[in-house]
Write a protein that binds this ligand. Structure first.
Ligand SMILES: [Fe+2]
Length: 200
């Protein structure tokens, strides 16, 4: 999905990025307190550093200092659930990064970082799914539950009135892109209306 939005949408996108980066930064910090596989912790440290740099860039561009939070958010303690959540949020961020970079080619390093984050968690999710069993099943169920909540999250990020003329279109293409990505990687896109129990 690479779409040309008018420049009237630029500030709205930057503001949503600022909020999303602040949220992701705290999520990634909190994830480091969980029991994660070897190699993941090292990546999460680099990931945190990159998201912190992005946040600073958005703060400077918008001349806003985002407020820190007093406590780290609660994140899932099971790695297969946490991996799916990180994967999902990074995949969502990537869709917005693609929209932003069309308007702001000078921010293309952010897009490159986001592609790296998605690729890392995509690979981690694949590793979980390749060993069929309770963790693979748990990951699929986590993906379905996360996907059910996604439309509300997307609406939240598209609420700015400057995005109104494009909202329905953007919403559809963002949701489709995530569904395609999940399906291509063995996570059911699903409407999420029912949890299908699998027997394999
Ligand atoms: Fe990211």
């Amino acid at each position: 999905m690479t779409r040309q939005l008018p420049h009237t949408c630029e500030r709205a996108l930057l503001e949503q990025f600022l909020k999303a980066e602040a949220m992701v930064l705290w999520f990634v910090r909190s994830a480091q307190t969980q029991d994660v596989p070897p190699g993941v912790l090292r990546f999460l440290r680099r990931h945190e550093e990159e998201e912190r740099r992005h946040l600073q860039q958005f703060e400077q561009l918008l001349k806003i200092i985002s407020r820190g939070k007093a406590a780290l958010p609660r994140v899932p303690s099971q790695w297969w659930v946490l991996a799916v959540h990180l994967y999902g949020y990074e995949a969502l961020g990537l869709q917005f990064a693609r929209l932003l970079v069309v308007l702001r080619p000078d921010l293309s390093s952010i897009l490159n970082d986001e592609e790296g984050h998605v690729a890392f968690f995509e690979n981690e999710v694949r590793k979980i799914l390749v060993h069929e069993g309770s963790s693979a099943e748990g990951a699929r169920q986590a993906a379905q539950a996360w996907r059910r909540r996604l439309p509300r999250t997307v609406d939240h990020y598209l609420h700015d009135e400057n995005l109104a003329p494009f909202r329905d279109d953007l919403r559809r293409s963002i949701l489709d892109a995530i569904d395609e990505r999940f399906a291509a990687n063995g996570l059911d896109p699903g409407s999420g209306a029912t949890l299908v129990s699998r027997t394999r």
